[in-house]
Every structure is written in C-alpha cells, then in structure tokens.
Design a binder for this molecule. Sequence first.
Ligand code: GCU
Length: 601
Amino acid sequence: MKVSKISCVLVLFIALNAYPFEQNLIINVDHRSTVSLNGKWQTIIDLYEAGYYDYRYLPSKNGFFKNAKARNKTELIEYDFDKSEVLNVPGDWNSQREKLLFYEGTIWYKKSFDYQRRPDTRVFVYFGAANYHSIVYLNGQKLGEHEGGFTPFNFEITKVVREKNNFLIVKVDNKRRRDAIPTVNTGWWNYGGLTRRVKLIEVPETFIRDYFIQLKRGSLKTVAGWIQLDGNQAEQTITVEIPEANVKQTFNTNADGYVEIEFDAELQLWSPDNPYLYDITIKSQTDELHDSIGFRSIETKGSKILLNGKPIFLRGISIHEQAPKSQARAHSKDHAETLLGWAKELNCNFVRLAHYPHNEYMPRTADRLGILVWSEIPVYWTILWENENTLKNALNQLTEMITRDKNRASVILWSMANETPVGDARNEFLKTLAERAKSLDPTRLITAAMEKSYERGNKLVIGDPFGSYVDVLGCNEYIGWYEGRPNRCDLYTWKTTYDKPVIISEFGGGALGGFHADKDTRWSEEYQEYLYEKQIQMLEKIPFLAGTSPWILTDFRTPRRLLPRIQDYWNRKGLISDKGKKKKAFYVMQRFYKKLKLTEQ
Ligand code: GCU
C-alpha cells in the first residue's frame, strides 16, 4: 500500500500532539526564596568536547563533570577548573573575551557553593536561559539536559545538594545544528553561554509551582485559570487573594495537586495608559506566593484589535535582545528599562520581541510601563519541517515561553515563526504549534511574521495559507531597502485575503549612525529618514492595518552583515546606533506615533 507523504506527515503530527507537554518549570522565581549563583564562574573552553567524549567519541565516565583533582604527584588529571579563567554569569561568552567573539562550541562552567537547606524543604537549581544545549551536573551527578537558548529550565537538587563544597558544572554548547531551533542560518549573533541568571530556589515540600490567573477570554470581569501544586500533599485548600479588589476565593486541589479557578471581580483594567498591577497572594496549606498581575482582555474583530473591548492601534518597534550601547546580549533589569524606555520615547505602546523569548525582565518591565508585547519562538527561516525532534523542540520552547509569561498582562501575542517558506510540511508544523499555543493559553492572540506576495497592478497581497490559523497577520516587507528605493512605496496598494488585523511586523533600512549625505545615498541617515517617510505614507493607506513594528530599535550584532566600515558585523537598521545615538529616522517615527496617539485621545 503506497502511503502518501502527506499522510506520513499527518501521522507524525498526531503522534507529537499526543506528546505529553507537562513540564516542571517553576514560575515567578522572583517572589520565591532564592540564592543567586550569579557572578564569576570558572570555565574551560572545550572545542573538541574532550571533557565529554573519550577518544572513541563515546561519553566518558571521567568527564569534566567530575571536577577531579590530582590526589598525588603521579596521578594524571588533564584539566583544573580552579586554575581556569572565569566568565561572568549572566552573560554571553562572545562579548567577554576577544578570542571568544566567533566561538561556537562547548564551554564548561563550574560554580562551587555551600548550602544550608532548611528542614522540610526542597531545592531546585534554576537557569533563566543558556544558549544552546546544556548538560547540568551537581557534585558529579547528572541532573539533566536542556535544549533551546531562550527559555528557562530547572532541576531538583534536594537529594544531591550538601552543606559544604557543592560543585555545579554545566556543559554549554552553542554549536548550530541543521535540525535545531533556530537552525544554522539566522540574522543575529549566536551568543553562547549562561546568558541569564542562575539561582537556587528553596520551596516547601509541597509548593505552588505554576498558575494561570488572567481574565477569561471575552470577559472584562471573570477571572479564570488554574493552580498547580508540586509535592506529596496534593489535595489542599488554596486561597487566592486580591485585597485591592476585595477578592478572597477558596478552591480545593485534586489528587494531582491541580485546580481550575473562576470568579468575578470588579477590576481596574490594565492598559498602556493605565498599567495597573494588582498584588495577588496565592496561599496553600504549605506555601504562599505573591505576584503582581494586570487584568485586560485582548481580542480581534474583523481587522481591528480590541484591548478591553476598544480598538487599539499598535504603535510598535521590533527589538533584539542586544544590550544598549554594548556588544553583549541583554539580560538585566537595567537593560530592559533602557530598551523599553527608548520605545516609550518613540511614543510606542507596543514592542515586538524578536525572534526568541527575551529575558523575563522585559515582559515584567512592559507590565509596569504599559507596553504591549509580541513574544516569539525562534522558528526562523528554513527549519527542518519534517523532522520529529525539531517539532518536539519547537513545541517545548513554545510551552516554556508560554509557561513563564502567561500571567503578564503586557503579553498579547504569541508568535509561532518568522519568514518561513510556504509549503505543506511547514504549514502543518506551524499549525501544530498554533494548536498547542491555543490549548496552553486560550486568552491571547496567535500570530506569525509572514511575507507578502505580488499581484498584477502593483498589488501586494497578504495571503499566506498559515494566515487561516492565526488571529493576527504579521507581515515583513523591505520596500525601499531590499526592494528598490524609497519611492517604490508610492507604487503599491495592499490587500489581504483574510478579514483579520494586520501588523507590518518589519520594515526599514540601514544607516550608519552619524553618516550624513543626500537622501539617495545608501547608509546615510538621510536615506533611512526618507525611507521611513515614504513607508509611513504607504502604510497609512492600508485600511486593515492594526499596527507596525519597524525593524528595529537599535543596531544589533550579526554575523551576516560584513560591509567594512559600515556594517562590520552589525545590522545597521536600528533607529538608535550601537553607541545609543538616535538617528534621524527615529524622529520620523516618533512624530508619526505622536500624531496617532493624539488621534486616539
Ligand atoms: C529579516 C529578518 C530579520 C533580519 C532583517 C534584516 O526580515 O526577519 O531577522 O534582521 O530581515 O535583513 O535586517
């Protein structure tokens, strides 16, 4: 019997959907009892993975995870963490040492610490992120592995941790792989290392591990969600308190420590003009956890995006996780405040965090500043669509992204992908992701950054088949940069085959900050300025336009931009240079958004 290719793909996706997506990620670590392991870590650069494989390329039993020391003058040990150089954590390794700028491979990290565990508690080691593949060991024992460079993970160490001289060892490998997510070709620097914070988390034997507390889809007063306990005392009474809203609700968890919650409340709705966050307390018989959560509804109606039931235009900007005025990957609260502060200065009420989940300070700062967020997983360009592990990996990164940020009012859009080529296997792959996102979070909008097609008579069409599985259509276009010159914008009219909101999720062009010439000279600030003027004229005519997020807030490091003395491994499409200087186009966008803002009032 000849089994068609499509039915194989379908069988593959049904099997994967059965793939259990429960995970043990602990959320809201900032409101828990933690010990930071940030700081200087000993490191060993191991290009040939000599610390992992033996000469037969089999995993070695005497790998570096043992942190072995020569016990006498005769014993042969060929590494020594304590005599090795250090790297800062959190931090990518590429920007910390000249010789590591282009390094792709394995670096071993070691951190020693003492730990006094309180009775009846459990301890976890938590990583905000590590790029790309990590294997984690404590005191010579393997705790587990994690794949994906932009989402958090944790391992329980209760039975392994000891009072004195613990050694935590992490093998981090940022080698690019064809079957990985992202795959081998991306537009950003492949920063490697323990790029985000590392913490020890101490919790009660049975603790509140995960919860979802947001407004029910389509409601402005019904709060719905669930709470998940982790531990032996699964059946407990849980109280959810929101004192400022006179809420005190009690629920009982089942034998799996799980309970669905629903209650009505009179709430101040969160919005960019009023980013109101409530202090929430979740109490169980064995644990208590606080969080600050905003409540808002987000929906679509035809080509409109409705925030709290009212149409809103998303005045946005795209952002890479590039530390301001720095060669490094951003990771801190200060970085988040500077980047989102610049977005505010641009009169934005929205940011597209590209092309991967950014550190948690970004959505939490956006919650406080009143900035709406598009969050995306790095399903970027030419992924291996028919590879089962590639899909599992994408589903896992999606699940971790949603798990971490599902209680952030600022986050309104989950993006499944960026600029991926239309095709059956790709469509199925993305459809499976969208279904997973919907099942994990029915309250938010699904999107993806897609591409346009052409129709006679200078018509540009947004009609990607994946459009039928999203709530909002994202479309990237580079008219006036990769396609012709800025005047080309005057030629085009836009249409879409869907009655859905459209966000032009990327447009723009490069300029070397401080280089001035006439508006026809590429790389000059004047060319970029004129390009933005022409783009805005074109975009203002699109009747179904619900938002824009030009590419990009700041210049960012990339291995794909090589023009000497102009690019030098920087993408120069920023409205702000790598030195933090605003380019002329910044003010064009600032004025346009100001005008829109005034029309809303
Ligand atoms: C693409 C892509 C970006 C890239 C940009 C560019 O559209 O999505 O990641 O940086 O183009 O070429 O600058």
